[in-house]
Design a protein around this ligand. Structure first.
Ligand SMILES: [Zn+2]
Length: 109
């Protein structure tokens, strides 16, 4: 069973940058936190850029999907300050590209 660590999340970020975000700008300097989360698998915070991941994730695919999801928030936030809680049309468009590249269904992403 997967044990989510800071190193693993950082590696997932680097992997996703190469595999799916190669032409989608994301912050170069990202900080990662792993902790038990109650209401979500992950969060993204800006200034400084932080991705927080639920320590309870036990699947590599789930981990990659959650990191990718937060990377989309980071990308949109970097492009234009917006309400990154929102999964608006901009978010859906980038999510569609990322899911296609990763071979994921968009459902539940
Ligand atoms: Zn979200």
């Amino acid at each position: 069973m997967l044990n989510v660590t800071h190193t693993l999340v950082s590696a997932a970020y680097d992997f996703l940058r190469v595999a799916a975000f190669y032409d989608i700008p994301v912050p170069l300097r990202m900080q990662f936190r792993v902790k038990p989360l109650k209401d979500a698998w992950g969060y993204y915070y800006n200034s400084p850029h932080v991705i927080e991941i639920d320590a309870g994730i036990r699947s590599t695919v789930r981990l990659l999907k959650v990191v990718a999801h937060e990377m989309i928030h980071a990308s949109l936030e970097q492009a234009a300050a917006c309400d990154h809680e929102e999964h608006d049309e901009n978010f859906r468009q980038v999510a569609k590209i990322v899911c296609e590249r990763m071979g994921w269904s968009e459902r539940g992403f």
